[in-house]
Ligand binder design. Structure first.
Ligand SMILES: [Zn+2]
Length: 57
């Protein structure tokens, strides 16, 4: 069992993704790790792929 990191930041625009909350705007349920994001995920702010999300906490 792996711990889910709390917060990721988009390197391009600074968008923050909080794993505890998920992101209902893009249909990501709470406690979803970025590694589990669908291939088609894009940053809601700048359209970057999930490769641009960096774990910061
Ligand atoms: Zn972004």
């Amino acid at each position: 069992m792996s711990l889910i990191p709390n917060i990721y930041m988009c390197r391009q625009c600074g968008y923050l993704y909080e794993a505890e909350k998920g992101d209902s705007a893009v249909n990501i349920p709470p406690r979803t790790a970025v590694t589990e994001f669908p291939e088609v995920w894009k940053c809601p702010e700048c359209g970057a792929s999930s490769d641009c999300l960096e774990e910061i906490l």
